[in-house]
Design a protein around this ligand. Structure first.
Ligand code: BEZ
Length: 215
């Protein structure tokens, strides 16, 4: 039987769909939360599950990193607000780690559907592990989807956020495995004169279209 879950999902470059939600810090409107800062919006399949707990603790531990890079976090699952509160409280009691970022209670699945977090081949009732990096003007800049049984990589989430922010600031692109401090790729020359300038420069150059510089 064909499933009825919409396959619409935001794509890179789309404006992030706006929504209002009940969260662990109270009701919020996403566009207000997003205004003027980057947002990492991420879903997890279910509260009180082991992989999700490790991931949420990972996000909580990186609180200072994200705030230092003008980035707010917001989680989501198809659980009730009471389940969220009980889980946040339980984790804090057991580990001392508090999930201070809001967690959306998407009990009617409206936001999960809006963001393509429900992928019925994987689960009809739980959101997959999605990550949306959204910039300060509300544009979706990067999307990751992980299945239920594989936790995400926090270093990759942090790396890609820094890569996007650095790329915006310096108008450059990031090569394979780029890390903060590594050389970046600069745009290819668009005229013969610019090509001659590049050839005479001390840039690290593999070929005329692939040149790197330190920032
Ligand atoms: C987990 O977080 O451990 C989990 C959640 C849903 C399905 C499988 C694993």
């Amino acid at each position: 039987m064909e499933n009825t879950i919409s396959h619409m999902m935001p794509r890179i470059g789309d404006m992030a769909p706006d929504f209002e939600a009940l969260t662990t810090i109270g009701p919020l409107k996403f566009s207000n939360y997003n205004k003027g800062n980057w947002v990492v919006l991420f879903s997890h399949p279910a509260d009180f599950t082991p992989v999700c707990t490790t991931e949420m603790m990972g996000f909580a531990k990186e609180k200072d990193f994200f705030s230092a890079h003008n980035t707010k976090l917001i989680g989501l699952s198809i659980d009730s607000i009471h389940a969220h509160i009980a889980w946040v409280n339980a984790v804090q009691e057991k580990t001392g780690i508090l999930f201070e970022f809001p967690i959306i209670a998407d009990i009617d699945m409206q936001i999960s559907k809006l963001y393509g977090m429900l992928q019925p081949g994987e689960s009809e009732t739980a959101a997959v592990r999605a990550v949306f990096i959204i910039d300060p003007v509300g544009k979706v800049r990067l999307i990751m989807y992980y299945p239920l049984n594989v936790g995400r990589n926090m270093e990759e989430i942090k790396r890609t956020l820094l890569a996007l922010q650095t790329s915006d600031e310096y108008k450059c692109a990031m090569p394979l495995n780029w890390q903060l401090g590594d050389k970046v790729i600069i745009p290819a020359p668009k005229t013969l004169e610019a090509l001659a300038e590049r050839k005479a420069s001390d840039l690290e150059m593999v070929d005329w279209y692939l040149a790197k510089k330190s920032l």
